[in-house]
Ligand binder design. Structure first.
Ligand SMILES: Cc1cc2nc3c(=O)[nH]c(=O)nc-3n(C[C@H](O)[C@H](O)[C@H](O)COP(=O)(O)O)c2cc1C
Length: 168
């Protein structure tokens, strides 16, 4: 990676995000990637987005599916985030997942999940911006999310600096 690329990663990493798993059944087996680029886009119609690198070898398998699952990882699922974001081995080994009748793969114990279909895709630099329509969704109240910040996984309590806690 170029020096500019390293600097971009460092500065982009200062923006905290959640961590999602974008996944579906391909030939009866789960396929998916970790994605920290998830963003809710629209309420009416319900749309969300993720950005996917042109180098992804998994996205070409997922983008042909009628439905794609997006799971928002919970604070205790750092290991799942690492596995799904790694390039080696069986990503789903040791990961609890379930499939829906329409072929989505969702991570058990996630903080929230979406069943989506692709609405639009736009090329943008070295990524595609993928806008997805939401067909079903739920959030597990009280399950805290995993946070990705500065290249590491954290939870919300970690991220809160004591000086910024309300004093009143
Ligand atoms: C925390 C984390 C967040 C990631 N977010 C994205 C993302 O938003 N978009 C993306 O294309 N890849 C992202 N990746 C990389 C993918 O998960 C995956 O490693 C990459 O797509 C290469 O695998 P593939 O060739 O099977 O697609 C992320 C990885 C990690 C660990």
């Amino acid at each position: 990676m170029t020096a500019v690329g390293v600097e971009l990663r460092r500065v982009y990493g200062a923006y905290p995000t959640g961590v999602t798993v974008v996944a579906g059944l391909v030939g009866g087996r789960p396929a998916g990637i970790a994605a920290s680029s998830f963003v809710p886009v629209s309420l009416d119609p319900p749309l969300v987005s993720v950005c996917v690198a042109h180098t992804s070898t998994t996205w070409p398998l997922l983008r042909g599916l009628p439905r794609i699952g997006i799971s928002v990882l919970a604070a205790h699922q750092g290991r799942v985030g690492r596995r799904l974001g790694s390039r080696e081995g069986d990503r789903f080994a040791g990961v609890d997942w379930r499939s829906t009748p329409d072929g989505c793969v969702l991570i058990e114990g996630a903080a929230a999940w979406y069943v989506c279909s692709i609405e639009h895709q736009f090329r943008s630099g070295d990524h595609d911006i993928v806008v997805l329509r939401v067909h079903d969704l739920d959030a597990c109240t009280g399950v805290p999310p995993l946070v990705f910040h500065g290249g590491t996984f954290r939870d919300l309590a970690d991220a809160a600096h004591p000086a910024h806690r309300p004093t009143g």
